[in-house]
Ligand binder design. Structure first.
Ligand SMILES: [Zn+2]
Length: 483
């Protein structure tokens, strides 16, 4: 296969990695050169031979973003349904009473996946963690979108349900959990060996409160053997905190520490409800120190929690303590730049301190820190030898101007509107804001059909037999035609 050299010439701004200083820096009037999958030069003027030139004037090249936590196989179908739902008697979470009844049929998963990835690509994401239930064809669907996908097939020993909206019951089936774990290993191995070369894997025991210690430890052992990290939802709800303390007399974090899970290869999905979280009352523990000492990371997904009045306590505090924090879109939309902006603002609100987050800290979270959490030394930076994963931002977009400080303009004003082109593995996947690799219109149509079908079955799944319209009423009263 022919290997092409592409040079983006004379970029107004290039966000490149400064190896000596170990930080991202701005270059002006610089070139970015790629050969095949890799960057060969980031900065200065490229003098070597090249096959294709892109005019970099009016553009900023920045590293591709890493989305640390998402459920793209189902979440796009929840648009318009779940934004304002939470259980008043279950810690305001939507996990137990609402998400299960709105879950779309798995037949729509490939299309939901495409919709989600299209949104990610358009907001500059080039690598994402995909936490889904295994299904045939999953790896190929992800690979065909052109993105770099880290497949995280989920498995667990118990399921949860509420029969009354105020208590959660767990149904245990340890053998089923072990079978699901074995099935997840098949997915992991096929992802690692996928011909695209763009798939990675993570082991994802679903939740701290639904897995036996043996299952979590088995996952950790396999993760070590395969050299891949683990991610588990933990410290994600008040219900979970109370359940774990009721069962064990230990916080979720203490319990994970007790069974030897906490280390630098583990990522906690959310990691919000540590014992010192303002919404809890459990002073005699130090979850924060346990996290910091162990090197355990956190996937911070501000949007879905902000919708329910919940936030991490708080981004800058975790980062300053050395806790690795990545950022994820979790539910929907899959707009990473929106997520980064909210992460930044929420930290300041929670801390009541405008220094509780910084733009550079947020950028590091979704580039260098995220890469380290994934055990990757080849993504998250624009530097020679790194994967050619980057986006080109339109500095002439109205919302970017004045573009004196382009990252601030992007994060706080323009968002994904200014993301013009995106490249993954040296291949262009977004051009002028359009995704080249996905039939987005078709995928959206399928997701819409799947949502209609889900809505017709909601009353069968709800503990009180309520309809979709009762559970999630429309914002405005609807007048019928002629009324
Ligand atoms: Zn999640």
């Amino acid at each position: 296969m022919e290997v092409k050299t592409v040079v983006v010439r004379g970029l107004d701004v290039l966000v490149a990695w400064d190896e000596a200083a170990q930080e991202h820096v701005y270059h002006h009037g610089a070139d970015l050169a790629l050969r095949g999958h890799l960057i060969v030069q980031a900065g200065g003027r490229y003098e070597g031979p090249c096959d294709e030139t892109v005019d970099g004037r009016g553009l900023m090249a920045m590293p591709g973003l890493i989305n640390m936590h998402s459920h793209p196989s189902s979440e796009p179908g929840n648009r318009g349904l779940l934004e304002e739902l939470g259980s008043a008697k279950l810690g305001q979470s939507s996990l137990y009473e609402y998400m299960p009844v709105f879950r779309a049929d798995i037949s729509s998963a490939p299309y939901a996946n495409q919709v989600a990835v299209s949104e990610m690509l358009k907001s500059g994401v080039t690598t994402y963690v995909d936490m889904s239930l295994p299904r045939p064809g999953w790896a190929d669907t992800v690979a065909a979108t052109g993105i770099r996908g880290i497949l995280g097939p989920m498995f667990r020993s118990a399921s949860w349900a509420t029969r009354n909206g105020h208590s959660v019951e767990y149904t245990w089936d340890e053998a089923a959990g072990e079978r699901a774990f074995e099935a997840s290993l098949d997915v992991v191995k096929s992802a690692l060996a996928h011909e695209s070369g763009r798939l990675g894997a993570m082991l994802c025991p679903s939740q701290v409160d639904t897995c036996t210690p043996a299952l979590l430890q088995a996952a950790q052992a396999e993760g070590r053997k395969l050299g891949i990290p683990l991610q588990v939802h933990a410290a994600q709800s008040v219900v979970e905190f109370q359940e774990m303390t009721r069962r064990h007399g230990r916080t979720p974090i203490e319990w994970l520490d007790d069974i030897g899970l906490l280390d630098e290869h583990l990522v906690l999905g959310h990691g919000i409800f540590l014992n010192d979280h303002p919404s809890l009352f459990w002073p005699q523990a130090d979850d924060f120190a346990l996290l910091a000492r162990s090197g355990t990371g956190v996937a911070h997904c501000p949007t879905v929690f902000a919708r329910r009045g919940i936030s991490l306590n708080y981004l800058g505090r975790y980062q300053q303590a050395g806790i690795p924090v990545g950022i994820g879109t979790d539910t929907f939309p899959h707009n990473m730049l929106d997520e980064m902006r909210l992460a930044s603002y929420l930290a300041r609100v929670v801390a009541r301190n405008f220094k509780a987050s910084s733009t550079e800290g947020v950028l590091d979270a979704v580039t260098t820190t995220a890469a380290r959490m994934l055990g990757r030394d080849d993504i998250g930076r624009l530097a020679p030898g790194f994967k050619a994963d980057f986006s080109l931002i339109d500095l002439r977009h109205a919302y970017m101007r004045p573009a004196r400080e382009p990252l601030r303009s992007l994060l706080y004003s323009a968002g994904d509107r200014a993301v013009r082109d995106v490249y993954v593995d040296g291949r262009q996947v977004v051009r002028n804001g359009e995704v080249l690799t996905i039939d987005v219109e078709r995928a959206l149509h399928e997701v819409e059909q799947a949502q209609l079908s889900t809505l017709s079955r909601v009353h069968l799944n709800d503990h009180a037999g309520r309809s979709a319209e009762t559970l999630s009423p429309k914002v405005l009263r609807t007048l019928e035609a002629g009324a």
